[in-house]
Ligand binder design. Structure first.
Ligand code: FAD
Length: 479
């Protein structure tokens, strides 16, 4: 017997009783939500493909409250689903059965900001976009940016080790997160909220929780190193270019890295199918002539004249080399935003195209589009759309396949084909979205069994009763 999303049978956790609710109401007055209409949206994921049946949503405001909740749940053997902005794409953010939802939404205070070092310390529930706005007023920016910024929270970003649009320039959260405060499954508070750039005193425990998807502890506060904001908005320069082939796109990437080097902050791509979906479903017009591939390039530096000179030189060279066939440049904030949305809103356009099968794959960069081509050939007319877009600079492809409705036969044609293809190139079956509920059993395509077994040991040590986000991340054979 399994749930609709393919989860194993419910594990023998306790069920929430009236006494449990009375306890939660005592420690979280007015913030213990049981009205089914209010709990509903927290039971369903962003893609609306996974739906739990939790009857309780808890909204703590402080670390101490999270600690009290977990201590109680641990003693009572109640399962808990940590939840941030609920924008995760692998079914990790919502309960599978009746797990208690522990939302960090009310933990949204900025704790400190050091204007000299650029180190920000905040509670886990701060929405990424709010942090960006706060920092921009102080001439800093967040080291990460993603399409879900208006809803996702920094705790969720850390828990999923989100990559996003700036990873090429500022690196991953494993480098920029300096400290974490985490509440462990039994309620103990682990204070690793350092604000030091260098600290080699023993094991770097915070790294364990970055990308742990709520299975090892609840992140309650984060300290993060933020870069300076490029001096003026004009120093963000932006290009949308068109290429005839993926080989030419890669040559443009090489050229771009060589010529724009230190000011390059993003190199993204989308294919003509993505552009078609943007036009059809979101009425976003293509600002350049139709091409098989589009490149989105962002630069940011501290000297607008120097930056635009570099960009001009690059453009001249790219056009002379005939790698690109058309393009447009934006320097004004509004035009930059409009062009960025061509890339950022592909995920949204896909949701209007039908039921979407999503794959987030890391591959050697020269192989990334071959998977899209092979998948198209493999599926023929069984799929409605097969599209590829993603972060070229990070070798990260988002492969998406749509069908008019959920289609088990189509799914059987896609999987395990997509995973076997990826494994044959020593790629990763989840570059940045994590494993959650949907991908947990495919972990072996990217990790050796010894590594997965060690992950199981770590889980058992930190959460011996397995109450934190059960059925997620680790494969069923470890549970
Ligand atoms: P949630 O969705 O609420 O949770 C995600 C996981 O983290 C769950 O397993 C949950 O249990 C756990 N979790 C949440 N908060 C905590 C906490 N405080 N402590 C412990 N565990 C916690 N991802 C990328 O990497 N790059 C992208 O470019 C990108 N773009 C996206 C664009 C769109 C439009 C959307 C909808 C999603 C995108 N994502 C992207 C997916 C990405 O994983 C999430 O957007 C984001 O990082 C999740 O944050 P959240 O607060 O919504 O977490």
């Amino acid at each position: 017997k399994s749930s609709p999303a393919g989860a194993p049978e419910r594990l023998p956790f306790s069920k929430v009783t009236d006494e449990d609710l009375a306890y939660f109401r005592k420690i979280l007055p007015g913030r213990t939500i049981t009205d089914p209409d209010l709990v509903e949206s927290s039971n369903v994921d962003w893609l609306k493909t996974v739906k739990g049946s939790s009857e309780v949503l808890l909204r703590p405001q402080t670390t101490e409250e999270v600690s009290q909740i977990l201590r109680y749940c641990y003693n009572r053997n109640l399962a808990v689903n940590p939840q941030g902005g609920n924008t995760g794409l692998v079914g990790g953010s919502v309960p599978v059965y009746d797990e208690i939802i522990l939302s960090t939404s009310l933990m949204n205070n900025i704790l400190t900001f050091d204007n000299i070092s650029g180190i920000l310390t905040c509670q886990a529930g701060c929405v990424l976009e709010n942090l960006s706005l706060y920092l921009e007023e102080r001439d800093y920016i967040m080291p990460l940016d993603l399409g879900a910024k208006g809803s996702c929270q920094i705790g969720g970003n850390v828990a999923t080790n989100a990559g996003g649009l700036r990873l090429l320039r500022y690196g991953s959260l494993h480098g920029t997160v300096l400290g974490l405060e985490v509440v462990l499954a039994d309620g103990r508070v682990l204070d690793c909220l350092a604000t030091l750039r260098k600290d080699n005193t023993g094991y770097d425990l915070k790294q364990l929780f970055i990308g742990s998807e709520g299975t090892l502890g609840v992140i309650t506060a984060v300290s993060i190193l933020c870069p300076r904001k490029p001096k003026s908005t004009n120093s963000y320069l932006f290009l949308l270019l068109g290429c005839e082939t993926f080989e030419e796109l890669l040559k443009t990437f090489q050229l771009c890295r060589g010529m724009l080097g230190e000011i390059l902050s993003a190199f993204e791509f989308l294919d003509s199918e993505c552009m078609r979906l943007l036009n059809t479903h979101l009425k976003l017009p293509n600002p350049i002539s139709d091409c098989p591939f589009y490149i989105v390039i962002e630069t940011s530096g501290s000297d607008p004249d120097h930056d635009s000179q570099k960009l001009d030189n690059f453009l001249e060279e790219a056009i002379a080399s005939t790698f690109v066939t058309d393009g447009t440049v934006a320097t004004e904030e509004s035009k930059i935003k409009a062009l960025w949305s061509m890339r950022e809103r592909v995920t949204e356009a896909l949701t209007h195209d039908g039921f979407t099968y999503k794959y987030d794959i890391s591959l050697p960069v020269e192989r990334i589009y071959q998977l899209v081509t092979d998948m198209r050939q493999h599926l023929g007319d069984r799929a409605k759309s097969v599209v590829g877009y993603g972060h070229v600079g990070d070798g990260n492809l988002h492969l998406n396949i749509t069908s008019p409705a959920k289609d088990p036969a189509l799914l059987a044609a896609i999987e395990p084909f997509v995973y076997e293809w990826t494994a044959s190139c020593q790629g990763s079956i989840s570059a940045e979205h994590g494993l959650g509920l949907k991908k947990r059993n495919y972990i072996y395509y990217s990790k050796p069994s010894q590594a997965v077994a060690l992950m199981g040991n770590i889980k058992a040590m930190l959460d011996p009763k397995g109450i934190l986000n059960p059925y997620k991340t680790l494969p069923d054979n470890l549970k």
